[in-house]
Design a protein around this ligand. Sequence first.
Ligand code: GLC
Length: 416
Amino acid sequence: MDRLKWFQEAKYGLFIHWGIYAIPGGEWAGKPSPHGSEWIMRNMRIPLAEYRKLAERFHPQQFDPYFYVRNAKKWGMKYLVFTAKHHDGFAMFDTKVSDYSVMNTPYGKDIVKQFADACEAEGLTFCLYYSQMQDWEDPNGDGNNWDFDPKQKDFKTYFYNKCLPQVRELLTNYGKIGLMWFDTPYDMPKELCKELARTVRACQPDCLINGRIGYGLGDYRQAADNAIPVLSKADAWETPMTMNSSWGYIKRDKSSKSPSTVIENLVRVVGKGGNLLLNLGPDENGLSPTVCTDALDRVGAWLEQYGESIFGTTNIPNFPYLLPWGELTYNETDEVLYFHVKKYPEFPYRVLLTGLETKVKSVNLMKDGTPLKYSQSYEPARDEHRLYVFLPEICPDAEDTVVAVSLEGKATAQTV
Ligand code: GLC
């Protein structure tokens, strides 16, 4: 589908979870919240009257949208998805349908607008996350059953008076939106999900809709959080992934995925035909943990060198075998297969690819073009295709040794 083209080419995006939950940063009255800091209000059943006081403290002095947008580009990412409204119901934009927004904080400036302008100026595709079913501030929204009696709720009132009008605002006031990223549809009636999809289409026909709109109504499939499918697929899909333990900022978490873990995940996702949407959770000042941004700097440097083996590639749908040493990506136009060797082989320093039918023209180390020896064979009685590639004794790149295998035609794999 045409609409999906940019998305399937993009491969790698930046997710930003930021809201007033960044202020408690995963702790309330000295107690840690059990998981995701953006869930603190629901997990700890914080009364709305108390939680909403956070808005009175929201004043991120050091927030600079250009830091995120320019870095996302430098890190090799092609789109940015920002949480316009998360489950807590707090709008990070200028909304006319609710006073529960960033406009009524000491900061008082529209964050969505700032991201939209920075993305526009820098040429990055801007996308928005909107929690369509849960809204812990609205008496009729889903999720808050401690302030509001679920029996008194009328979901449609919330849907027509807050959700749909806010989605329309987002798709009307901020220029072109690449993708609307919905979340946790739970048991939302299918008719309303359809109406939501129709609203997006009516406002911006080219805007993509992610899988979590529910009932398969999205343009692509959303993998579960932090989960990578086993099978390689032809259709578009995306894995959302955290850099540390939470989506929203969490004070006590000083960890980050290492650059090599991020590279491994990116390669695995792209090799299976998907996109990786990697998350940062800025703190109450608008800054992200440097341990995370430093790691992304290093992944960006790796992509500068090896980006050709990621961007412009596709996967080989239904490739029949697991690769014990790593992952494959494929540039169909150039007819080049990339071996991503993560587990470097011991003596005799060779990796085996079984199942590739296409004849190989040449094999080179991507790092410096060094030609590598290989041997390719076909055994008719067993109907087995084998390709051995012989690597240098010393591993050229511990993160991922990338080998470019030029083919004499389009790659085809046998079925097993
Ligand atoms: C979830 C969580 C949420 C997070 C999201 C990211 O379903 O509810 O807090 O925004 O996944 O993928």
